[in-house]
Design a binder for this molecule. Structure first.
Ligand code: EPZ
Length: 417
């Protein structure tokens, strides 16, 4: 298992371009199951989860060409409607194949993705939405089975604005003739991106970015070319890291409008931020002030940046609170940050952080992707050397992170085993 060795204390300085978004790319690649025509994608981040998704599409019968930041998903004669457990267990987002398979072939069999380090992560909202469209759902040997004689458009109120359920139901609705309305839908920017791609495929999609999404589906959808938008979570991680190291970062090809809550929070702690078009320039002089945050669905503070934010607040002048309202167990990084000298007291979904003047390098372990990002932020700012174990979690969501950080002056090495 690879490790990162980071010698902290150097401010991140320089210019870098944002990569394409992992969480936008995953459903959009999967949406290619909705057509027999070719789908071509650019700005696809080179990440493990992307390779797993493309592999999953291949095992379902698609032809895939993938090189660098480009991917093409092409037709094949037969598509299988049963997803492979070995791939699904590697990546929860695999459940997103259920919607397109059900809508096109009237059946799907997908292993139930188990819980993970950040919580239980059930799929009940996805399934009750499919039932509203006319599907039957049942379970067998750890798989969820979906079937229908025919599907019909429906009004689907979600009990929570789940990102994955909104995406799954939008994809299913795109292949069901008539207008489906998803109420209390997720408003994350990744939903906008999926809506754009489904429109390109021929579905009529309106209301993305609001609580009510309408999808007018078509029996036959076409392929298309699509550029994946910038990754707001990757961008936010770099901005937080630059603030923690008192750096000067010009991030280009980003989407500042997707990052309003994060930019606002960074300004509150003392960062000077200039947004111009698609670039974000952050400068931070001195120690951050403490500022509390609460995660919430978009446009609130994103849960995926809560762990890096906690690393930043560990170094702040004063006390702050971090409340996690999306995932029930997303505080595991607190104990690892404490190994570096952070003063954090976790009580249920809330962490009380008493900022310290400096963190100290230590051997630590990433428990999931964004917890790993938090450790990287802390290590970049800390005194001395930190070795982060289980870097494979970080590799799921940050492309060649060590190389990009080195480009900004950081001392980071990957230790391969
Ligand atoms: C997406 O996960 C992202 N993943 C996550 O990013 C992100 O943290 C999350 O949205 C919230 O923004 C991808 O896009 C691939 P949800 P998803 O369904 O769709 C509960 C990362 O680090 N829920 O909005 O799985 C669920 O348990 C990852 O890149 C149900 O109860 O998130 C959770 O508590 C991690 N029943 C909450 O809703 C359901 O049927 C939000 O989940 C579905 C969800």
């Amino acid at each position: 298992m690879d490790k990162f060795e980071i010698v902290g204390g150097k401010p991140l300085r320089g210019v870098m371009a944002a990569n394409g978004s992992k969480n936008a790319a995953l459903p959009i690649l999967i949406a290619s199951l909705l057509t027999d025509e070719a789908c071509e994608f650019t700005r696809v981040p080179a990440l493990r989860d992307i390779r797993t998704t493309l592999r999953l599409l291949e095992t379902l019968g698609k032809k895939v060409h993938h090189a660098g930041h480009r991917a093409a998903v092409l037709a094949s004669k037969t598509i299988k409607t049963r997803a492979d457990y070995h791939l699904v267990k590697q990546m929860r987002a695999s459940i997103l194949v259920a919607g397109p398979l059900l809508a096109r072939f009237k059946r799907a069999r997908v292993p139930i993705p188990g819980g993970c380090a950040i919580g239980l992560r059930p799929i009940d909202i996805h399934l009750s939405g499919f039932e509203r469209l006319g599907a039957r759902t049942s379970y067998s040997q750890g798989d969820v089975l979906l079937s229908a004689d025919s599907l019909h458009p429906a009004r689907i109120p979600l009990s929570f604005p789940s990102v994955g359920a909104t995406e799954n139901l939008m994809m299913a609705a795109a292949a069901v003739e008539g207008t489906t309305t998803i109420e209390n839908a997720a408003r994350e920017p990744e939903i906008d991106a999926l809506g754009e791609f489904l429109r390109l495929m021929g579905a009529e999609v309106s209301g993305t970015g609001t609580r009510t999404i309408r999808v007018r589906g078509r029996a036959v959808l076409r392929g298309g070319r699509y550029e994946i938008p910038a990754d707001r979570i990757e961008s936010g991680t770099f901005l937080i890291a630059a603030a923690a190291t008192r750096g000067d970062l010009l991030l280009e090809k980003a989407r500042p409008s997707d990052l309003k809550a994060v930019i606002g929070a960074l300004e509150r702690v003392g960062a000077k931020i200039l947004v111009q078009g698609t670039s974000i320039h952050l400068r931070m002089a001195g120690r951050p002030r403490a500022a509390s945050i609460k995660t919430s669905p978009h446009p609130g503070f994103p849960t995926d940046l809560q762990p890096p934010w906690m690393a930043l607040m560990s170094l702040a002048r004063g006390k702050s609170l971090v409340r996690e309202t999306i995932f029930e167990k997303r505080m595991l990084h607190a104990a690892e940050l404490a190994r570096m000298g952070a003063q954090i007291h976790v009580d249920g979904d809330q962490a009380r952080i008493d900022g310290v003047a400096a963190l100290n390098g230590a051997p630590v372990m990433a428990s999931d992707l964004r917890a790993g990002a938090a450790l990287v932020v802390a290590a970049l700012a800390a005194k001395g050397e930190t070795v982060i174990d289980r870097v494979y979690h970080i590799d799921r969501g940050y492309e060649r992170l060590e190389k990009r950080l080195r480009g900004l002056g950081a001392r980071v090495r990957r230790l391969s085993s």
